[in-house]
Design a protein around this ligand. Structure first.
Ligand code: PMP
Length: 352
């Protein structure tokens, strides 16, 4: 037998990719079985946790940095600066490392220890600040902007503030990549798209890309408790109630990326609706996901019920649950927040 035949490639050979940025995006679309069966729809999750930095925010980091380089906003060897809940910082630091930049990240100290450690591991300089409202000058985004201004005053062109919330290169990158990927992966059969927003880049960018291709597609906002955006979309007023243990999503203001997003429906999703979905997905479908994914999937189920059986709905699986073991999978914290605790979780982490 000619064994060489076994090893002859049958498909065109894909040459080794040579740069980190080329493995960001093009993530698979996964069928979420329980959610699909419960609603009679196809509910599909885009596996953004498979990006090299572990989250959807690798796309944002790459989109913002590519744009800054094209515009000559950052010089070789310069310093990338961002205020972030963590994931954008991880993406920016990794892409920055691959291109010879330094990175400084300003981040609220309330974010998970695992995310902070992942960021420190990149070699980025991490500055933790108290979590204060956006109108306070001590807010992490203002601190990051001020730091870049200070460095540029001393040495012009030495620093670049990425500004993920109000730099619309974020939304544009999702419009150019994430949206078209979803369109192609569903063969244009997508009827609805739903996700939560932090900066608004994903929802606005994907929403625009899909609406251009199919004006009847329904775009929905799944907003965590404590965020003011669902009320803003539904009643024109920024108003919030409650709080959420999810990270990286929710907003008290309309960012430039969110502004004008084509949103048809919006809901606030409580943690006791979203977090149990994460627990079930892990034990029943093997998917270990973070809090924003739970809010997104809860939103996808609501949109499926709104549209009725037979529709295809896409949402984002933004990052992994391994970034939040002491929050999303911590029985005592969950109980404190009135979130149901499955028996296996109690057995896995008995109270001591
Ligand atoms: N999920 C997670 C885990 C995030 O970190 C973020 C961004 N902070 C989002 C969702 C929201 O994405 P966007 O900023 O594009 O609205």
């Amino acid at each position: 037998m000619n064994t060489n035949a076994l090893f002859r490639p049958s498909a065109p050979v894909s040459l080794p990719r040579n740069d980190l940025s080329t493995v960001i995006g093009q993530t698979p679309l996964i069928r979420l079985h329980a959610a699909s069966e419960a609603t009679g729809c196809d509910i599909l999750g885009k596996a953004e946790f498979m990006n090299p930095g572990g989250s959807i925010k690798d796309r944002t980091a790459l989109g913002l940095l590519d744009d800054a380089e094209r515009r000559g906003r950052i010089r070789p060897g310069g310093t990338l600066i961002e205020g972030t809940a963590g994931n954008t910082g991880i993406g920016l630091a990794l892409v920055g490392n691959s291109r010879g930049y330094r990175t400084i990240i300003v981040m609220p100290q309330t974010q998970s220890a695992e995310k902070i450690a992942a960021l420190r591991m990149t070699g980025a300089e991490v500055r933790l600040v108290p979590a204060v409202p956006y109108k306070d000058p001590g807010h992490y985004a203002h601190r990051a902007r001020a730091l870049a201004e200070e460095m540029n005053a001393a040495d012009p062109g030495s620093a670049w503030f990425a500004d993920q919330f109000d730099n619309t290169a974020n939304r544009d990158f999702h419009e150019a990549t994430t949206g078209p990927e979803i369109w192609e992966q569903t063969g244009g059969a997508v009827d609805g798209f739903v996700c939560a927003t932090g900066t608004g880049g994903t929802l606005a960018g994907v929403g625009r890309a899909l609406k251009v291709r199919k004006p009847g597609v329904r775009i929905a906002l799944a907003d965590p408790a404590g965020s003011a955006l669902a009320n803003y979309v539904n009643h024109g007023e920024l108003k919030s109630e409650g709080s959420s243990i999810s990270e990286g999503i929710g907003s008290s203001r309309v960012t430039a990326n969110f502004d004008g997003a084509p949103i048809d429906l919006a809901w606030n999703i409580p943690d006791n609706e979203s977090v149990p979905l994460l627990h079930a997905l892990l034990t029943e479908e093997g998917l270990c996901l973070g809090g924003s994914s739970g809010v997104n999937i809860a939103g996808a189920i609501r949109l499926a019920r709104e549209l009725g059986p037979g529709h295809t709905i896409v949402t984002m699986l933004c990052d992994s649950g391994t970034r939040y073991p002491r929050k999303l999978f911590n029985p005592s914290l969950l109980r404190e927040k009135n979130i149901p605790v499955p028996g296996w979780l109690d057995r896995a982490f008995p109270a001591n």
